[in-house]
Ligand binder design. Structure first.
Ligand code: FES
Length: 394
């Protein structure tokens, strides 16, 4: 039988003295302490608030013009750190409407520590908010942002060491942040980026991408042009064949681009024989009409009424059937909470008291319990009748 030898030290004179002094020492500390009430904010909560602030202020310090887009460098004394691939929600008051839009942080997280963010705003079709920003923001404009949000960032415990990124148009921004983070030593993985643009002139961040590829062999970029043939560039769309041509043996696939690109890739990805856990998709904002979804059976030309309950008030507003319920609330000047605007984050979670809404399956990010209890995400819900709803402003 195995023997264990324990050595128990007898209590010595010094220990006895220590115990003896413990009570008077405590009394002394309590006597000399401040009479101020104990703080309600603990250090750990203060740290959490600085890492995940609900709101941040910054000032536009530089504007870099690009084709159909502008990059805004935002500065503040202090800005929350972020993971490459995350976004901030930009809050805006445009005329009588109070709204917000998510924009991916495209700069290196290392720059956030120096109080600098970067976002790129591209001119969009029906781009009410992007048009406003592009026309009105200038150097010195003060902007209000949420804290960094979103799960579209590299996770070493889950993802392969090799990442293949598929970007379309302004979907390049999270990959810009990742490429810069790799170059700056903030992230440790290899990125092969297939970046789809219409023509060479449409490529966003072309020079910066080239510089990063020259600075580190962990980032490789393949440009894919759909409307131009050029030497050194792939031609066509990013499909399974092209992905297989450049992908390493084991990889995690990250996708960010317009809704049409996601739809196209949904037919290509099964051909890759890639486990679903190795496919990461960035949120896709709501389309301009619910008619985009084949499952929509409503009449998008209707205008309904929304009876809204919030902060003890009740208000009746017009509700167009062709736009998400969240847009109608914001158009009425009511500051509804939101972040992703694609049904996923749950910030806009509201209680549907009466009426019927259309929620496309691909945008239904509700928890099962919420769906069962009648909660909806107004950013991804379209009215099929008059509605009554309670929202919970921040
Ligand atoms: S804003 Fe994210 S779910 Fe509605």
């Amino acid at each position: 039988m195995k023997k264990f030898n324990f050595h128990i030290k007898p209590i010595g004179l010094l220990d006895m003295l220590h115990f003896k002094k413990m009570v008077p020492r405590r009394r002394e500390i309590l006597r000399s302490g401040s009479l101020e009430p104990i703080t309600a904010v603990y250090g750990v909560n203060r740290l959490a608030q600085s890492l995940h602030p609900k709101q941040q202020k910054a000032v536009v310090s530089e504007i870099i013009p690009r084709k159909d887009a502008k990059t805004y460098v935002l500065k503040a004394g202090k800005l929350a750190y972020f993971r490459a691939g995350q976004y901030v929600s930009v809050k805006l008051k445009i005329g009588g409407a109070v709204t917000a839009r998510p924009y991916t942080l495209a700069g290196s997280p290392a720059r956030a520590l120096e109080g600098e963010y970067e976002i790129t705003v591209k001119k969009a079709q029906d781009g009410f908010v992007s048009d406003y920003i592009l026309a009105n923001w200038e150097v010195g404009t003060e902007v209000t942002l949420s804290g960094p949000e979103g799960p579209f960032s590299y996770e070493p415990l889950r993802d392969e060491k090799e990442v293949v990124g598929l970007a379309g148009g302004s979907g390049i921004t999270p990959f810009m942040a990742m490429a810069r983070a790799i170059r700056d030593g903030v992230e440790d993985f290899s990125l092969t980026l297939l970046y789809g643009s219409r023509t060479k002139a449409d490529i966003l961040y072309a020079a910066e991408l080239e510089e990063i590829c020259a600075a580190t062999d962990k980032v490789r970029v393949v440009h894919v042009l759909s409307e131009e043939k050029a030497e050194g560039f792939e031609h066509g769309f990013i499909d399974a064949e092209l992905i297989q041509k450049y992908a390493p043996e084991n990889y995690t696939l990250y996708i960010c681009g317009p809704r049409a690109m996601h739809d196209f890739l949904s037919h290509e990805i099964p051909g890759l024989d890639l486990d679903e856990k190795h496919i990461r998709r960035e949120f896709v904002p709501a389309p301009s009409s619910p008619e985009y979804f084949k499952s929509y059976t409503g009449d998008a030309s209707q205008v309904y009424t929304l009876t809204l309950h919030f902060l003890g008030e009740e208000k009746e507003i017009a509700l167009r059937a062709d736009e998400p319920v969240l847009t109608a609330i914001e158009r009425a000047g009511i500051a509804a909470p939101s972040r992703c605007r694609s049904g996923e984050c749950g910030w806009c979670r509201s209680r549907l008291i009466g009426g019927e809404v259309f929620i496309p399956e691909s945008m239904d990010g509700r928890r099962l319990a919420d769906a069962g209890a009648g909660y909806v995400h107004p950013c991804s819900s379209w009215a099929l009748s008059n509605l009554e709803m309670e929202i919970f402003p921040e």
